[in-house]
Design a protein around this ligand. Structure first.
Ligand code: PEP
Ligand code: MG
Length: 768
């Protein structure tokens, strides 16, 4: 079976003995069939690697407070499962009592020595035992012994401690699996009803909960009749009234949520107010009313139109904003008397199961009653998800055919951290989760504290974390999550949300607002990345068979140079307000960069001619997201002021996997070693010319991705701001040498799946 925990190609791996031992132990564990087999293979391996006469594992039973010999190489095999020691007995018990290693040159002269006739220990002199501990829970003792009477050296003792800390997690898992298996056998024997089923979705909000399923059918946005019931003016008045009432309701909701979850998270509903205050949005509705439609039909039509645009965007964060708009649309229709909301005000407690939830649905939930949320649709960055996290309701999304796989009244355990669900979980799983939850509570409190804490590795190497900004609302998150600047300002949204091409003045106004939020922190504007699946109707993009490979980003802008000129002019004119830089997307040829620089010089010249003033020089960077530019990066290095990597596109173009195509989604992973090689090439190139290198694709906030990136030498990461505390938490758990080891192992792994598995394995060891 191709399923090792730590599988590398084995090149350049200089961790030597310990790493190879760990690799082999993990291999044993994944290929063993049961706990006994796992432990006996493990002791065989350690005895061989450490060249000792005996290696044994004793497991500790909390209930009886006894240690049982579970596996040995060197002692009598018949003693396994027979020898039991109370913690106050023997040197092995002393290891547990003291919680630290015991190293002795002649065990028979140790004051705690206990003679046990059945284990053939008479010939043995030296002893070194170390505790096996996971999450502060004592699991047992790992002991080595030799016939020769000598103290084990500090190096040997340290190696044993390292092995013990690495295998504790694995043993704990093996124990859990063993318990689950026994439980399953018991269930089968007793023929109990309610078979356990395991499912996997996407983790949305952390936490664990177990309760009964409550099915919630949310009312979809209804489509009202086209024909109005009154005259145009009556319909317009009804619309105005509905907007006013909706605004009042949202304000009341903000007040209520401020009390419940605090001002910051309640301000999510400010984005709903922004829709209602958006003149273009309201104008579109009014125009349809003037053309003869009812106010309800017009609202529905415009909302659906926007929703289609949101759905068509390739940024998952922006896609999620669709739910906010749908929420607003629903509210408007409600006040026009065209819809009535099914209330999620559920009396009894349970796990809420729904197709999707809007932010308002989520805001109405009572966390004392709703223990967890499970949905089909709704990503990590949706506002509903953010609220679920604020309300401390664990949530999992991405479950297909949700009403078929989960039935009303079934007991379900929801793990919001891994996305795993257990229907009818056995007692052993529930218990294990209870234990886990206790530890998690400490972790959550710790995450909150991280907002103010600078981002660094465990050994205090600083890493800069920036925010990615697309919508105006995202600007609010920059301070909220402690970003050190705006690493990627996606300028497309302004164009996509306007009815016609924004003027230079309008661009200046928008950019000045963003610079203002950044204050004295850097803000990097990316020039237009339209095309592919993002194109406003007024630009009349050509129909292309292969748009991602076609007229996109800088290629399109250079073909309509005025677009680039307008953007650069606007940015140059407001650059004095802050610390501004510009990054160019999708450069694949050197010639494109030369053309951009020529346009930039023209813009400066024209500004001087127009105003008589020299605008500030703006650092110009390029986004490496096409393999050709990465392969030729040394050519570009001298031409740009800084490097940035767009891992989303770099992954899709390197692996030839459309980032939005569900059929090939399983092949899309920025941690694919092929992508990692390209990133390493950029790190080296940037280092050679001493220029900064920023990562701004989703990989920067990926739980495993951020570790590899920093391990590879990256020190600037830009991400959706709500993910910043999580990245801080991940990085703070490892030292730079450990992260470098993570990167080395990742670069030596064979597939993206193995990269992730290996990193999780290493991470797990560090948490023990
Ligand atoms: C990327 O490609 O990684 C990137 C940051 O840009 P976008 O996701 O907007 O294409
Ligand atoms: Mg891109």
């Amino acid at each position: 079976m191709h399923d090792e925990r730590l599988e590398t190609r084995g090149e350049g791996n200089d961790q030597g003995n310990i790493l190879q031992t760990l690799i082999d132990i993990s291999r044993i564990i994944t290929t063993s069939h049961d706990l006994e087999e796992t432990l006996s293979h493990t002791v065989e391996l350690i005895a061989g690697r450490m060249a000792v006469d005996v290696c044994s594992i004793y497991l500790y039973d909390e209930n009886s407070q006894e240690l049982e010999l579970k596996a040995t190489r060197g002692l009598s095999a018949s003693a396994v499962g027979q020898v039991r020691l109370a913690v106050h007995e023997g040197v092995v018990g002393l290891v547990i009592q003291e919680g630290k290693p015991v190293n002795h040159s002649d065990i028979s002269h140790h004051p705690r020595f206990k003679f046990i006739p059945s284990i053939d220990e008479e010939q043995l002199s030296s002893f070194c035992g170390v505790p096996l501990i996971e999450f502060r829970k004592t699991l047992g003792v790992l002991a080595i012994q030799n016939r020769e009477s000598r103290l084990f050296t500090p190096e040997e003792e340290n190696l044993l401690i390292a092995i013990a800390s690495q295998i504790s997690g694995l043993i704990s898992k093996a124990l859990l699996v063993d318990r689950l298996k026994r439980e399953a056998d018991e269930t089968a024997r007793e023929g109990r009803e309610g078979e356990t089923r395991r499912m996997e979705g996407v983790p949305i909000a952390p936490g664990v909960a177990k309760d009964q399923v409550i099915i919630f059918h949310r009312t979809r946005l209804p489509e009202p009749e086209y024909a109005p019931s009154g005259a145009v003016e009556d319909e317009k008045r009804a619309l105005r009234r509905s907007i006013d009432l909706s605004e009042q309701e949202i304000l009341a909701m903000i007040e209520d949520m401020t009390k419940r979850v605090g001002q910051e998270d309640a301000s999510i509903f400010h984005s709903h107010l922004l829709f209602l205050e958006d003149r273009a949005f309201i104008r579109k509705i009014n125009r349809l009313i003037e053309a003869g439609a009812s106010a309800g039909w017009a609202v529905h039509h415009v909302v659906m139109d926007y929703l289609r645009t949101f759905q068509g965007l390739n940024d998952p964060y922006l896609k999620e904003r669709g739910a906010d708009l749908e929420d607003v649309g629903f509210r408007l229709l409600q006040h026009l008397g065209m819809a009535s909301r099914t209330h999620v005000a559920i009396e009894r407690g349970g796990v809420l199961v729904a197709e999707m939830l809007t932010p308002s649905d989520t805001a109405m939930l009572d966390p004392l009653k709703i223990k967890a949320i499970v949905t089909s649709v709704g990503g990590f960055v949706s506002h509903a998800a953010i609220l679920a996290r604020s309300l401390r309701i664990p949530a999992v999304s991405g479950l297909e055919n949700i009403f078929e796989v989960l039935k009303e009244g079934e007991t379900v355990l929801v793990d919001g951290e891994t996305g795993v669900l257990f229907v009818n979980p056995p007692e052993s799983i529930s218990k294990e989760y209870d234990r886990y939850q206790e530890t998690r509570q400490v972790y959550l409190t710790h995450l909150e504290d991280l907002r103010e804490v600078p981002c660094c590795t465990k050994d205090h190497q600083p890493v800069k974390v920036f925010a990615n900004v697309s919508l105006a609302q995202d600007l609010e998150d920059v301070d909220r999550y402690g970003a050190e600047g705006i690493g990627l300002y996606r300028t497309e949204m302004h164009y996509l949300m306007s009815e016609s091409r924004p003027t230079v003045d309008q661009l200046m106004e928008t950019y000045a607002r963003a610079i203002n939020v950044a204050g004295d922190r850097t803000i990097i504007f990316r020039t237009l990345d339209l095309g592919a699946d993002n194109s406003p109707p007024y630009m009349n993009f050509p129909r292309e068979d292969n748009p991602f490979m076609g007229h996109r980003a800088i290629r399109y802008q250079l073909s309509r140079e005025i677009l680039l000129k307008e953007q650069l002019t606007a940015i140059l004119k407001v650059a004095h307000l802050g610390t501004v830089a510009v990054v160019i997307p999708m450069i694949s040829q050197l010639d494109e960069l030369h053309q951009v620089k020529r346009v930039y010089r023209d813009c400066r010249r024209e500004i001087v001619a127009e105003t008589g003033e020299e605008p500030p020089e703006i650092p110009l960077g390029m986004l490496f997201e096409v393999p050709s530019s990465v392969l030729m990066c040394d050519l570009f290095a001298g031409e740009v002021d800084f490097f940035a990597i767009g891992t989303n596109d770099l992954t899709q173009y390197t692996l030839a996997v459309d980032r939005n195509n569900p059929y090939v989604n399983h092949l899309y992973d920025p941690l694919d070693p092929a992508v990692l090689f390209l990133i390493r090439r950029l790190v080296e190139a940037a280092r050679r010319v001493d220029k900064s290198l920023l990562v701004c694709g989703e990989m920067a906030s990926d739980p495993e991705g951020c570790l590899v990136l920093v391990g590879m030498g990256l020190r600037e990461l830009s991400m959706n701001a709500p993910l910043i505390p999580l990245v801080k938490d991940r990085l703070a758990q490892m030292t730079l040498p450990e992260l470098e080891n993570v990167a080395r192992i990742a670069l030596n792994s064979t597939t993206a799946a193995n990269v992730r598995r290996n990193i999780r394995f290493l991470m797990q060891q560090h948490q023990n």
